[in-house]
Design a protein around this ligand. Sequence first.
Ligand SMILES: Cc1cc2nc3c(=O)[nH]c(=O)nc-3n(C[C@H](O)[C@H](O)[C@H](O)COP(=O)(O)O)c2cc1C
Length: 356
Amino acid sequence: MYPLLQPLELGALRLRNRIVMAPMTRNRAGPGDVPGELAVAYYAARAGAGMIVTEGTQPSRHGKGYCRTPGLHTPQQIAGWRRVTDAVHAAGGCMVVQLMHTGRIASRYNKDADARTVAPSAIRARGRMFTDTAGLVEFDAPEALSSAEVADVIAEYADAARAAREAGFDGVELHAASGYLPMQFLSTGTNERRDGWGGSRNGRLRFVVETLAAMSAELGAGRLGLRICPGNPFNDLYDAAPADTYRALLEALAPMGLAYLHVIRSPLATLDAFALARECYGGALLLNDGFDFDSGNAAVAGGVAQAVSYARAFIANPDLVARFTHGWPLAPFERRTLYTPGAAGYTDYPAHPAPQ
Ligand SMILES: Cc1cc2nc3c(=O)[nH]c(=O)nc-3n(C[C@H](O)[C@H](O)[C@H](O)COP(=O)(O)O)c2cc1C
């Protein structure tokens, strides 16, 4: 049997195969940032994955950066997600929610009028983002969180972890990649704090470590994953010594007993994130970025990864596991409809026809 088709236990999570659907923001949430019937159909059609990691989902209204992203902090959002997890479970799938607080990568046009844009330090990211109401706009200038407010943000993540259980999720993944809030704390270019939440390498790690600990108290570490991409400059992020930062982070995580660590290939030629993770982290690794079926099988067979995640391949191939298994061709996706509202380019990609 192909290594990717073998079942796997990741902490308390039970995967029927090792082909994970990676998180993808698709901007289809309805009013109130509630996932609706389209999300039910989209995720249920992809339940053949060993595990689905949802699109980035804000733990609080302050954590929202983009337009039409779903939340997990109101009763309506929890009820919306419950319909999604029920459908995925009915189809035999396993599903974790990715909590994404975008920090300074945000526009006030994309969030409630009383929501703030916050970051470790008041340093504005260079760049622009799309908004429904004002088109392309500069990122907001963020407010620096006070020491007490950092603890409040961690409490929001813990509340969202509790909400995840209520919504029927099997677990939670903390998004600490792509230049969002947790990565802003980790990195020298965005964290100039002088209190215990910065000021030294261990100070920069503290937000991620304490957020995981707070969510673990709600769910158990065996239902918790962490996503990282060491050295990624995306969203104007800079760290002076990413290998040093992530080596220390991985050593701090080791005793926590997380279900998995989700590592995205580093874009830096000088940093092999997979090798660093294998060297410094003894737990289960879920690897991502640019894998096909053959390279995924090789990563699992070689003991480099316990599972592999696929993002873009799942967009136009809801039945990706069946296509891989039978060697059927993969359909290409339409770029134009990646982030547009509605069913087009979201729920209208068909499964491969069964052979006669
Ligand atoms: C449309 C789209 C949306 C994405 N949104 C997220 C997201 O919300 N959270 C996240 O961690 N990564 C996100 N990613 C990154 C993917 O999870 C993945 O790391 C990347 O596409 C590389 O994997 P692949 O080669 O299998 O596509 C997104 C990627 C795409 C294409």
